[in-house]
Structures are given as structure tokens and as C-alpha cells.
Design a protein around this ligand. Structure first.
Ligand code: AMP
Ligand code: GLY
Length: 417
């Protein structure tokens, strides 16, 4: 099988790594990829959001499957263009990707499908915003209706700040605050059936103790020893399958990964948001544990033959990933500083380093090329071992001004004895 992965982050490096170890994958390409994927795949410089360029490349390479990483690629209609050209694509069409691209659309689908989520109002004027803030009360949750790379959401008890964010966004969704731990659950879908991956937890805030601004994600771990038994089956039955059924009923079948961001509230499971793609950095830990070959699995989704009774095989033990971010991430990350210590980090048993936002400078040195620079993965029999491995590897890395959270999976590891 010849596979092309679109995107250039830590998630794409993890996807490429998992595809690389599938024996049926005989050729692996990434566009644009990063210096990490270059070690296991052929990188192609192109804009992955350009449907014509992607279709031309996929045709020229004769690939049997295109796997889409970032949401922007889906929203640009790359899935539509590939399918039109007869090239199997793991990733939904533009219309189905609106489940992520428009928060208002997601709410409408959830209402039609009876999926439990926060009560919400779509607001376009100051008067509507003020009325919604009154109705829900603090803490206020204000979301930009469009794509904002995980940074369009403000959760605050400061009413003026909530109103200010709404004014800056234009069209917003204002909703009920959901209390309780968050879980990311990814389901692989073929338009009709869905199969869950392991649930994971993500750390969205920039600093320890969930302080600081929201980010794309600063770390993640799986499995979740504290999750209630039956959680995955419940979410598949009450959230994922009804959503897949509703999109199929609308004749926009959902092909790809449906990412349910969930809050486990005292009143039950609620959807915080849907994403139309693998989460980053949760994918790094989830795919680390996956023993079922990924290429065949994603291809069966893309061509429409996913066996709904399929039970995936998972490695025992745990995985933790810690993101090393550039100075000033998420506000305005500093690029261009050299990254050192990768060889030392690779020697830590049970750990490895995925490239997230790296680049080569004119002299060929590895430098920071994005906000989230590296995603360091640690594995072990228990979460505590996986944490130790990840943080030992992080300690061996050097990047001037960089920062990372020191509390990824700490609480879960303490309770996992
Ligand atoms: P999103 O971009 O929708 O993933 O939101 C980013 C983060 O904001 C989520 O991971 C939550 O931590 C938080 N958030 C979003 N919606 C709510 C809500 N209704 N109640 C509480 N927190 C929320
Ligand atoms: N880690 C959160 C996301 O990928 O949106």
C-alpha cells in the first residue's frame, strides 16, 4: 500500500511512524512533512490545503490512500477533490468537516441526533451576547464560530473579558459551563460504522496547574485509569454513532476520525466539541499503544468497509507525551533557535522524540520552526513509568527559551497504583 500523509506536526509524525511499522505499507510519503518524518518517509514540499496540488501529487505517486492531518486541509475541500479523482482519502469532505469548522453547525447536528452537549446560543449582536451572558451566568464560555486552531475559546469569570472576546469574533457561540474532567475519544469512521480508539486526556493550558492561555495542547496520556468502566461503549452509543448516522442521513457521510471532546459532568457525559481530525498531541500517545496495523485500518474507512465488530489490539502499559514549546508560545512563538540533545533523548529507555514544529536552517541545523516544537513520548508498564521516561528525555533536550509543563499525567499517575 502506498500512503500519503498531509500535514507537518507532531500528530503527522506519529501517524507516519505508525504507518511505517505496518508491513503492508510499502511506500510512505508526507506533504509537507517535517525533519522527523523525513527519516521514515519521502517529504514533498507543497501546500496541503491546495486541492489541485494534492490531487496531482497523489496521482503522480500512485498512492492508495491519503491520510489528512490538519482541519484546514479538510475545510479547504481536499477530501472532496481526492474522492472526485478516485483516490481513497481518510478525512471527511468539506461539508462533513463543518462538524469542526462551524461550532453552530456542530450544535445543530447534535440537536438533530440527540447528542448530549452544553446548552448554547449563537450570537451575532452585542444585545444577543449580553442576553446570553445573563442567561448562562459565570463562568462564561464564549467560542468563535469559525476555526481558530484551538485558540478561539475563552472561558472566564470576567464578564467584560467575555464580552470583549465576543465582540472581537463577530459570530460566536455562548454556552453553559461544563464542569468535570475532560476526555478525548477518537473514533475511526467509514461513513456508516465507527470503531473507537483508546480514550486519552489532553492538557490545553500553557502552564502547570492549568494556568495560562489555551493552546493546541501541551501534553497527553493514555490510558485513563480513572475513567468509568463502560465509558467508551456509552460514548459510542450516545455520541459517535448517532452523529455518524445523522451525517449519513444528510448525505454527507463522515469518513475519517471523529474526535469527541467530552466533559464527564456530574449530570453525565457531554460533548464539548467535535473535531474532524486526530487530536494533537493525544494521537501521539494513542497510536503509540495501537498494535493493529494502521494502514489497513484507515484504508478500510476510506473505501467503506470498516467491520463494526472489529476490536482493535492495544499494547499493555501506558504512554505520556510532553510538548516542548518555543519561547512565547502560544502568543508569538520565537522561531529559528537551535534544538540540541536529540541523540541523548533517544537513549532514554522507553522514550522517543517526535518532531512537531521543527525545521532545518541554511546550514542544516535543526531549529524551532513552530510553536509546539517537539512532542516527547515516554512509555512504560504504568503511567508513572511513562512519565519518568518522557521527562528524562525532555531534560536532555536543549532549546533556548523553551517551556513545557511539568505536571502532564501527574495526578493520574499518582492515583494509578
Ligand atoms: P475547544 O476549542 O472547543 O476545544 O475548547 C477549548 C477548551 O475550552 C476545552 O478543552 C475546554 O477546556 C474549554 N471549554 C470549552 N467549552 C467549554 C464548556 N462549555 N465548559 C467548560 N469548558 C469549556
Ligand atoms: N489537542 C486538542 C486538539 O487537537 O484540538
Amino acid at each position: 500500500m502506498r500512503v500519503l500523509v498531509l500535514g507537518s506536526g507532531g500528530r503527522e509524525h506519529a501517524l507516519a511512524r505508525a504507518l511505517h511499522r505496518d508491513p503492508v505499507v510499502t511506500a510512505l510519503h508526507c506533504a509537507p512533512g517535517n525533519p522527523g518524518t523525513a527519516e521514515i518517509a519521502a517529504n514533498h514540499q507543497l501546500d496541503p490545503t491546495d486541492p489541485t496540488a494534492v490531487t496531482e501529487l497523489a496521482g503522480r505517486l500512485g498512492v492508495d490512500l491519503v491520510v489528512v492531518g490538519p482541519e484546514a486541509v479538510l475545510v479547504a475541500g481536499v477530501g472532496d477533490a481526492l474522492r472526485l479523482a478516485g483516490i481513497p482519502c481518510f478525512g471527511p469532505d468539506r461539508e462533513a468537516a463543518r462538524i469542526e469548522g462551524s461550532k453552530a453547525f456542530a450544535k445543530e447536528v447534535m440537536a438533530a441526533a440527540g447528542v448530549p452537549t452544553a446548552e448554547a446560543r449563537v450570537c451575532e449582536s452585542t444585545a444577543q451576547v449580553e442576553a446570553a451572558l445573563d442567561a448562562f451566568g459565570p463562568p462564561y464560555v464564549v467560542k468563535d464560530d469559525g476555526l481558530a486552531a484551538g485558540k478561539g475559546v475563552v472561558v472566564t469569570t470576567d464578564r467584560a473579558a467575555a464580552a470583549e472576546h465576543a465582540a472581537a469574533c463577530g459570530r460566536v457561540v455562548i454556552e453553559e459551563f461544563l464542569d468535570g474532567p475532560e476526555v478525548s475519544l477518537f473514533a475511526l469512521c467509514d461513513g456508516q460504522h465507527a470503531v473507537p480508539l483508546l480514550p486519552a486526556q489532553d492538557f490545553k493550558r500553557a502552564f502547570d496547574g492549568d494556568a495560562g492561555p489555551n493552546t493546541g495542547g501541551m501534553g497527553a496520556y493514555t490510558p485513563l485509569p480513572w475513567a468509568p468502566p463502560g465509558l467508551v461503549d456509552e460514548v459510542m452509543a450516545t455520541v459517535v454513532q448517532p452523529t455518524v448516522d445523522e451525517l449519513r442521513r444528510r448525505q454527507t457521510p463522515y469518513v475519517g476520525v471523529l474526535y469527541a471532546g467530552l466533559a464527564l459532568t456530574s449530570r453525565g457525559v457531554r460533548v464539548i466539541e467535535f473535531n474532524a481530525r486526530f487530536g494533537d498531541p493525544e494521537t501521539q500517545v494513542v497510536l503509540d499503544r495501537l498494535a493493529t496495523p494502521l494502514g489497513t485500518l484507515l484504508q478500510s474507512c476510506a473505501i467503506g468497509g470498516l467491520d463494526p465488530a472489529l476490536r482493535l489490539d492495544w499494547l499493555p502499559g501506558a504512554a505520556v507525551t510532553v510538548v516542548v514549546a518555543a519561547e512565547n508560545y502560544p502568543a508569538s512563538p520565537v522561531k529559528g533557535d537551535e534544538i540540541t540533545g536529540l541523540d541523548g533523548a533517544a537513549e532514554v529507555e522507553g522514550a522517543y522524540v517526535l518532531h512537531a514544529g521543527t525545521a532545518r536552517d541554511a546550514e542544516g541545523r535543526l531549529v524551532a520552526g513552530g510553536g509546539r516544537v517537539l512532542s516527547v513520548v515516554g512509555t512504560g508498564p504504568a503511567l508513572a513509568d511513562a512519565r519518568t521516561a518522557a521527562y528524562e528525555a525532555v531534560a536532555r533536550l536543549g532549546l533556548r527559551g523553551s517551556h513545557h509543563r511539568t505536571d502532564i499525567a501527574r495526578e493520574a499517575a499518582q492515583n494509578d497504583r
